[in-house]
Design a protein around this ligand. Sequence first.
Ligand code: COI
Length: 355
Amino acid sequence: MQEIKIELTKAPKSKPADESALGFGKIFTDHMFVMNYDDGEGWHDPRIVPYGPISLEPSAMCLHYGQEVFEGMKAYRTANGDINLFRPEKNIARLNSSNERLCIPQLDEELAVEAIRRLVEVDKDWIPTLEGTSLYIRPFIFAIDPEVGVHPAKHLLYVVILSPVGAYYPEGLNPVKIYVEQNYVRAVKGGIGYVKTAGNYAASLKAQEEAAAQNYTQVLWLDGVERKYIEEVGTMNVFFVVDGEVLTPSLEGSTLPGITRMSCLELLRSWDLKVTERKISVEEIEKAALEGRLSEAFGSGTAAVISPIGILKIKDEPLVINNNQIGQLSQRLYDTLTGIQYSKLEDKLGWIVKV
Ligand code: COI
């Protein structure tokens, strides 16, 4: 494995005084990991350096054509002071899957996980300890060739930054309000919907802005062709409990394959619950809700963890789910996932990597 050089900051910043006011992704730690890719040389010079601005040519390709991928994961401080990462190898494998789709050279997965462990170790005093807080880890890769021709980059940067965070949604574990998006689409099969890349999030901003204006937290995306099947929320995957069966949209190439989604499925199956991944039409969910058969709906994601959906508006009809309360299963998944992440529960499935 390549050696990771470390240059410590000479000007450490003061850490946030009030951990209850962290919000999400607004504060960054003292250091970052950086590695370059140059054609002919491969990925090289892995290093941890003081956090700070990156200088780019105005012609840097990422600024024009969005050849960029990213990841989201967290480090958790346990009661006895340990630091846990949750399935980091899955995030790095997904990063390489995103790389493959966007013609970005593959990373050495072992080096990438090690780089995250070392960076978190260097900035470990930034990991908040208040219940529900963690250190969000944002790895990202972008094209820096100073050229405006459209072609796969020959020069890229891989950077990892860290941010002490609280809950992603201001609602925390209280149910969010979501509506089914009828005008815009996020992705289509064959496109880049399954890739964690900036463009998918840029494409969602307009809908998010319109949702916020109507006092909704987010939108639920439908498939881009028939506008019939439920895909995801954009910041999370979704689950529905209908007649006691847990349903989640199957991954058809236009939905992000969430690590939290995967973990929820594994937990639900280990509890011997009936769990099905398949195409789910919005009519089906509406009918189940109107007939009193939809007992819970929730989103899952690294940032969002488990986020109950209390109101789901389909066309003009806001459906109230489980009296706008968190459901039993959502609570159990939240408690189990966070229990494992913070070592309050035994890690029976071998998901934790210690820093
Ligand atoms: C995550 O859950 O880590 C995400 O990347 C979602 C969002 C913050 C973009």
